[in-house]
Design a protein around this ligand. Sequence first.
Ligand code: ZN
Ligand code: ZN
Length: 360
Amino acid sequence: MQTVQHSEQTLKTALISKNPALVSQYEKLDDGERRLLNKAFKPDSDLFGPITLHSESDWIISHPEAPQDFEEFFSDPSRKAPSPEKRSIYIQCIGSLGNTRIISEEYIKWLKGYCEAFFYGLTVKLLEPVPVSVTRCSFRVNDNTQNLQIHAGHILRFLKKKKPRDAFCIVGITMIDLYPRDSWNFVFGQASLTDGVGIFSFARYGSDFYSSHYEGKVNKLQIVSSSDYSIFDNYYIPEVTSILLLRSCKTLTHEIGHIFGLRHCQWLACLMQGSNHLEEADRRPLNLCPICLRKLQCAVGFNIIDRYQALVRWIDDESADSPGVRRERSREDHVTLPKPVEAFKEWKEWIIRCLAVVQK
Ligand SMILES: [Zn+2]
Ligand SMILES: [Zn+2]
């Protein structure tokens, strides 16, 4: 295993920059916020570590990109930032996220709450879920994995038309796998930064997608015509687990981060690291490194303490570890599903350590 090591000076410049205007902007931040952000270049920091490389197929090795420091982010002319009129992130669900209406509704509310805490200060709004047929997208059965896939570009076209006036961006989420073009096997997601739209699939994040007994396999002959979407009725949806929720939250915030103009991080272990495969996506943390955190703060304008506290509240709220809170009722409508946050526990402890640094 290798690590991507940068000198203290390199990290300090990536974070603060040498541009006097940006240095003075940095100096105006609150003492506690600077104390935390400065951990980026403190070698003894146990909060932010280097990026580790595990194989040749890892993102940085297979997709060389120019790194983006704070100054490059700040002065990128194509970057879009929320304005007072456009401060909402819209989430459009395509098809069901869970096996019952209740699971789907709860799942999307968990994602909404997570995004609201992560992009603290912006409003996250849910659009009424739509079935796949409404998008009029092309679809197919994947030759290798035999699962159903929908055309990512067609979904983006649908979302662009639906984008509300006050939207900073609109993101579609689905449990159906995506393909970008006929010659490609699949894609986890696709976005248009200029249009502020994105579509992301969590299909491959279920525990069984890569197993031999995956139940989402269908026969090609079951597709009668390109306009008959009935094959999506009751199509297989993976079970909602804590890992699936964590992977979904991670993907959603990484991808929305791109819409804010954050490019792949090459500085420290960070949510914004690129990932080429599921194992690498799992390895990348839920948190932003200080350099990416400063970029997001600059775009959104939050207070770091408020944002961390909101994330801790999201993990604590209606969590599954207090069984007494769980209400069992005979009617499906009144069942409260506990939010499966077990997988977020380690992250919560990390946030609390960061809060201790900011609030010292
Ligand atoms: Zn990315
Ligand atoms: Zn980063």
